[in-house]
Ligand binder design. Sequence first.
Ligand code: SAM
Ligand code: SF4
Length: 477
Amino acid sequence: MPVIYHPQKYKLEDRPLENFIDSNEIWDILKQNENPSLERVREVIAKSLDKNRLTMEETAVLINANSPEMIQEIKDGARELKERVYGKRIVLFAPLYIGNLCVNNCAYCGFRTDNKNQKRTTLLPAEVEEEVKMLEDAGHKRLILVFGEHPKYNPQFIAGTVRNVYKVKHGNGEIRRVNINAAPLDVEGFRVVKDAGIGTYQVFQETYNRDAYLKVHLGGKKRDYHWRITALDRAQEAGIDDVGIGALLGLYDWRFEVMGLLRHVNHFEAVYNVGPHTISFPRIKPASGFNVKPEFDVSDEEFTRLVAILRLAVPYTGLILTAREPAHIRDEVLEFGVSQIDGGTNIEMKGYSAHKKEQDLDQEQFSIGDNRTLNEVMDELLGHAYLPSFCTACYRLKRTGEHFMEFSVPGFIKRFCQPNAMLTMAEYLEDYAPKETREKGYKLIEENLKEYKDEQFKEKLIDRLERVKQGERDLYF
Ligand code: SAM
Ligand code: SF4
């Protein structure tokens, strides 16, 4: 069994942290839980619906549940959990690529150093501002900045870019939360970036299997599995407790990766007392000079199933789904508990200000499956009675661990998340939405208001919605 290392007892350098991922242990647990009975599968789903996080063994039961009937019950369970716990809110964000210089050689990525077709650029501060203006004009309030790995993208550069983004205010627009997806840093580097006021720092392990990892990470610092798997421990050490983990699906067996993600969650909970804020599970897409079917290709059927399993396994962790996936897959898995999606996505360098719809893979990382505008995504969400949210209140009020609170504090969602979703949506409807979306949006707000039985609170909320209509901005609970 892997050992849990406690930070008070061990200095970071002395801790063989990566030992928390033990391939044999993962395969053993998967094997020991093969061919579960329907009764056992139901027991596990019921435990999750009772608001308990699942163990590795229980998650293995769901992974091994292969009959159509069992799979259907897992999906129904995830849907029920999502509705019971989180309601119909979906948080929206957009990625902003800052630079595609990269010293690493990840076989699947258009930015890999060996890819001579990639046109390399790093946005100048004025170009970043231009992109941010475009994103604000579309209605965005949350961004994730994405970087290749390069000495130029040092902590000071990343921190400077974050500060620059927060400074841009266009019309009623502003960015209220900046997340980061960039290379692992050392503890000091993470401190520098934290001080710029970031939200989440994401580092995806890509694959939790060491052999598969070495097979595709062909050169550069990223080849060092240990440096990468310990990245977010260093972030924690630097005081960033809001971290995002992820696996790039297609590099190894998805069953193993789901268990690896769960083991990573366990590790954070055991050592730091707080799990990761979010989990991402991108599937490999074609990229410049990379157009082969991944060795462990994950089918649509497996993908939707694994999202449902993750929802049940870690009921209080945010699940992120990006525009890598086409609209129909996004719509399907939203039901199973995805909590955040991007909208109006353009991953070409300087792509938002260029207003180009077709992709040029020689200027971007991979091909995307959903190039709808933010308003098209909003419209679709509203059509399915989802409540799109641009809320950033928890982060700004230092209520970290918001997903955990949503899950465990009775009434938290009704009292904070849902009203804030309505208030930020009203801002969107006032400032950016065409007439039709505006009408749809306000109709949905009306319907959501009917659910409030506490008349005093309802009045307060109606008052704030009215103030948004009158031009006030940034009101939240
Ligand atoms: N360069 C940093 C790194 O590798 O961690 C920052 C992020 S990288 C630009 C963002 C993520 O994109 C990677 O962690 C990887 O999971 C994903 N990615 C890379 N190539 C991809 C592809 N062809 N299809 C889908 N996702 C891909
Ligand atoms: Fe560079 Fe990241 Fe792409 Fe690897 S995944 S080549 S590190 S940008």
